[in-house]
Design a protein around this ligand. Sequence first.
Ligand code: GDP
Ligand code: MN
Length: 396
Amino acid sequence: MNLHEYQSKEILSKYGVAIQRGFVANNVDEAVAAAEKLTAETGAQAWVVKAQIHAGGRGKGGGVKFSPNMDKLKENAQNIIGMQLVTPQTSAEGKKVHSVLVAEDVYYPGESETKEFYVSILLDRAEGKNTIVYSTEGGMDIEHVAEVTPHLIHKEIIDPALGLQGFQARKIAFNLGLEGNAFKEFTKFIASLYNAYTGIDASLFEINPVLKTSDNKIIAVDAKVTLDGNALFRHKDLEALRDTREEDPMDVEAGEAGLNFVKLDGNVACMVNGAGLAMATMDIIKLSGGSPANFLDVGGTADAQRVQTAFGIILRDPNVKAILINIFGGIVRCDRVAQGVVDAYRAMGSLPVPLIVRLQGTNAVEAKKLIDDSGLPVHSAITLEEAANKVKEVLA
Ligand code: GDP
Ligand code: MN
């Protein structure tokens, strides 16, 4: 689950990570109030208005605007709230901006130069350990840095049992070229950041840029947080931060129905019980000349209600030309599933695309008979090969 920048920063702040301060605003009046409050609290003389969407590269797309005075702030908030923001990380249509973060300007001139760094924390699956990735080349597209100057990207692997050690924090600060107060501030910053990462069971933190201000403070100017969905049950408060407007409606509906669903861009939809069988089914669809429109694991109970919900989600996709149901009846009996499919089909009246049903396992023969006798235009199969051939037939 992804969070907005303003939500991420609030969490970081609770863990003692220094951040660029700001308040979220849903309209121009709220933006003005936010700016006034910031000035009262921090003495900020200028602000930055930042579009809150679940995608990076907002600056490049015109979603982050420096506002040196109140008139500019109003104008920027007016333009950004409600805009359809296209960035290198969104689709061509972009994403609608519902709110902005009004933040204090932290790029003010001072005794030393302002510097932007890149810091992320993520799980390195090959190592089985958390990893801090960092670079002096912050503020820009890290993929570009990785391509052109890979030697400027460093990694520090953290043993989860030991946590981030003091010497590691100092090594990172040293490699970033920091000294004096900024060095000390950075070691505190990275320690709190790592604590936050483990504390909320995140799977990704990306802070780009981490800023060294002209008066040698270290703060998070941007914050991207991804939470580990499997650990969300431990964080009911964080679960409430979910913004479903940022997610694909098909994914949201599937999630609510308890279906394990991933949309793909092919033409054959599939409905399967078990993730492994779902993967194998996608292979079979490919072999039969089609291409999977989704991954869908309906789980152990493929009753009429679930099948009908799944049909509804699958059929929202205009690319779907056929549906393949592939269920292995181990604990669940095939005839029960078949009855569920027949009931769901009848409840829907008709389906706009051919349906192929392959049921194997307990009572598979009874299940096939039940479907064949239903009088519905359903292609039934017992072996996977038969099912694949039927898919080929209906696509031809
Ligand atoms: P992103 O484009 O989605 O990654 O959004 P960021 O939060 O990283 O902001 C993009 C850029 O806006 C930063 O790299 C900065 O150059 C600029 N920016 C952010 N905050 C400030 C600020 O307080 N003052 C000024 N002048 N620029 C800022
Ligand atoms: Mn950024």
